[in-house]
Design a protein around this ligand. Structure first.
Ligand SMILES: [Zn+2]
Length: 256
């Protein structure tokens, strides 16, 4: 029984991931979300059997059924990532009562919106501000209803403040876009306190590590964009699931 529910959660996640693919493709171009997907090469409208998450891509071996043009593996990767995130949150949070279902709901909200923001940021170097602010509002509202508003508000404040200071530091906007300030407002509201501090630390360490690898193994220089903003979403998801053990481990390293 336990295994069946795990599979259902994973499949549900891949279906949502398939929808996120559409959002990621159409949101930056201000295209409507309705209307069937079609092949970007020949315009062939996808049938229901070509829209099954993960399986369609595997059966068609990553090619359009009509013109055989290669389809980007990103669709498959995003469906898989979303399915795995839904399952991971489900297994770690293991919701049993109202409070833990709320925790799982917040994780799913940050995972889905975060996935959209993450991929669009990677491709277009922009943060979709309306989506981020609306999600921040929903998270604060959910926390108000479930009695965690002050903790969530503190998380949002502590998340956005350092980002704002970096953004405002002259020359203003040179170091970081204002979208990252708003993003951290949303993520901080979701992670709460002290989760938000774990998320920021993970993003700083992760950003340093990725920069070092890029410097050592590619021809990027220090002037290249430091992938800090991109790491805020995965860092927050980690913090939402494992903040207490991570804090315990970190304090242990410092000798406490
Ligand atoms: Zn085609």
């Amino acid at each position: 029984m336990m295994v069946l529910s795990d599979i259902l959660i994973f499949v549900f996640g891949t279906v949502i991931g398939s929808f996120l693919n559409v959002v990621i493709l159409r949101l930056p171009e201000d295209k409507p979300m309705t209307g069937r997907s079609h092949c970007p090469h020949c315009g062939h409208q996808l049938t229901v059997s070509e829209l099954v998450p993960l399986l369609s891509f595997l059966v068609l071996r990553g090619r359009c059924r009509n013109c055989k043009a290669k389809i980007s593996p990103r669709y498959f990767i995003i469906e898989l990532a979303c399915g795995l995130l839904f399952l991971l949150g489900w297994l770690v949070v293991a919701p049993t009562n109202f409070t833990s279902y709320i925790v799982y709901f917040k994780f799913l909200l940050v995972a889905t919106v975060g996935l959209v923001v993450f991929v669009i940021d990677l491709e277009h170097y922009v943060v979709i501000e309306n989506l981020v602010l609306a999600t921040a509002g929903i998270i604060l509202l959910v926390n108000l209803i479930s009695g965690h508003f002050l903790n969530s508000f503190l998380g949002a404040f502590l998340g956005a403040l350092p980002m704002f200071l970096v953004w405002v530091f002259p020359p203003r906007g040179q170091w970081m876009g204002f979208g990252d300030v708003e993003l951290m407002l949303m993520l901080g509201a979701a992670a709460g306190f002290p989760g938000v501090l774990v998320a920021l630390l993970l993003a700083v360490f992760g950003g340093g590590l990725v920069s070092l690898i890029l410097l050592l193994f590619t021809d990027k220089t220090l002037k290249s964009r430091i992938p800090f903003g991109t790491l805020l979403v995965p860092a927050t998801l980690l913090a939402m699931l494992w903040a207490p053990p991570l804090i315990h481990w970190y304090l242990g390293l410092l000798g406490f």
